[in-house]
Design a protein. Sequence first.
Length: 153
Amino acid sequence: MSFLYNLISGKSSQNEDPTGLTGTGGSTNNTNNGTGNNGNSDSVLLKDFTPRELSNFDGHLDPKIYIAIKGSVFDCSLGRQFYGPSGPYSNFAGHDASRGLATNSFDIEVIKDIDDEIDNLEGLSEQQIEALNGWYEHFKRKYVYVGNLVPEK
């Protein structure tokens, strides 16, 4: 009930728990620490992922969903309804989604095979690069950064 009262009365600030469930009315950490962590207190072990390693995180055998954009890998498990199995963007799960996001294409053809070299994004127009940069900023704000996409050794 306090949530509705706070919502209607406008007495809740951004630093308070609007549900009143914390019991302290204390602040929550909603700041982005620069890694895309969005205040999540869980520790994240950053690592390098090859395309083959990244492909394991498509939400099928492992519940985690990782997506690479511009060489950065993000944990998109919270977006399972979009990126998970049978989601509208499931082609991106466990892959480098850069070219698909840049070209606004969700076709499997824009996804590099895990045995191919990492996409250097050659041939993208200035407008497509701008779109990709926008998507990168979106993922950086919304999802946890977990590492980098690197070529096979």
